[in-house]
Write a protein that binds this ligand. Structure first.
Ligand code: SF4
Ligand code: MG
Length: 335
């Protein structure tokens, strides 16, 4: 089989006092060996929840996977017992988060944190593991690893700490790395260095990466494919070129228009007006309808199906229907 990871019809809800929040509502995507998929969308679109559910890190209660499959090498992770999941988490699938301090243990030297994973998952001896920890710190570009290996997280700068987190995440040579806003907390120069590092390591280790971000600049830098999420659904997916140069969904148009430089006329930024819908009672039809400048009657009552516009690009929008008026994206085409 071609896919290392396949998510099928995933539904995730959270029980709250206001009612059942349907945070993820039928998400499908796949990931091939060694590729990078970006999941983009505003906060609350369900992108982090989706990625956490792959690792089974949704707090239950209040959260739960209502239905769907997460197939890792053909095995459904949703059905695994917690004990089996522990052998996969951190070893076959690893995750890094926005704030490196939350993934590192402040009371343990960074060397020890890397060694722990190696002893637990790879069954290396202490001396071997320590040797490997040194190699990993060198690999992620930390100077003087012999000294750094015995230091604590607070002795590292933000950028260096994120390098440590990457070293911990990659220690066991995972097949999938999930990175949730891995560079958001860092300044721009460091951001670029961390993305370059991830690309480098991916080439060396053939890891597949899912990167969760709201930053289209990050997407352009690192991903081959993009899934755009809105209100708990993937509303459009395609290659990076398709999404940047031939986007089909008005929400994707809005995201691109709100991005500095690339698609804006005369340098102006256009934020998407309005707010995402309440996911306790999501709209009957297209979830973007209340904010969409092109909304038609049909959009309000009927959810649009996915329409294919190439082998790799799909969008869920009634404008893709043959009977809909032809509308051009609201900017001068790039490229
Ligand atoms: Fe806009 Fe209708 Fe397309 Fe939804 S289906 S994005 S409301 S045009
Ligand atoms: Mg998030």
């Amino acid at each position: 089989m071609d896919f290392i990871l396949e998510v099928k019809d995933l539904h995730i809800s959270f029980d709250t006092y206001a009612g059942e929040v349907k945070a993820v509502r039928g998400v499908d995507f796949h990931l091939r060996k060694g590729e990078t998929l970006a999941i983009v969308g505003e906060s609350g679109s369900g992108k982090s929840v989706t990625s956490k559910s792959i690792m089974r890190l949704i707090p239950d209660p209040p959260g739960r996977i209502v239905k769907g499959e997460v197939l890792f090498e053909g095995k459904d992770l949703v059905k695994l017992r917690e004990k089996e999941m522990q052998t996969i988490r951190g070893s076959e699938i690893s995750m890094i988060f926005q704030d490196p301090m939350t993934s590192l243990n402040p009371t343990m030297t960074v060397g020890k944190q890397i060694v722990e994973g190696l002893v637990k998952h790879q069954r290396l001896g202490k001396i071997e593991a320590k040797q490997r920890a040194l190699e990993l710190l060198k690999l992620v570009g930390i100077p003087n690893p012999e000294i750094r290996v015995n230091q604590y997280p607070h002795q590292f700068s933000g950028g260096m700490r994120q390098r440590v987190v990457i070293a911990v995440a990659l220690a066991c040579n995972p097949k999938v790395l999930i990175a949730d806003e891995p560079t958001t907390a860092l300044d721009v120069t460091i951001q670029a260095q961390i993305l370059d590092l991830m690309k480098d390591l991916q080439k060396q280790m053939d890891t597949a990466i899912i990167i969760i971000t709201h930053d289209l600049g990050v997407v352009a830098n690192i991903a081959q494919r993009v899934a755009v999420m809105y209100a708990g659904n993937i509303i459009e997916t395609g290659t990076v070129d398709e999404i940047f140069y031939q986007p089909k969904h008005p929400y994707t148009w809005g995201l691109l228009a709100s991005m500095p430089k690339l698609h804006t006329k005369k340098g102006e930024l256009v934020a998407i007006a309005g707010t995402p819908p309440d996911l306790v009672s999501p709209p009957l039809g297209c979830s973007f309808a209340p904010r969409c400048p092109y909304v038609m009657e049909v959009c309000v009552s009927y959810m649009p199906d996915y329409k294919k516009s190439s082998r790799t690009q799909y969008a869920a929008c009634w404008l893709q229907d043959e009977r809909a008026p032809k509308i051009e994206p609201p900017w001068e085409a790039a490229g």
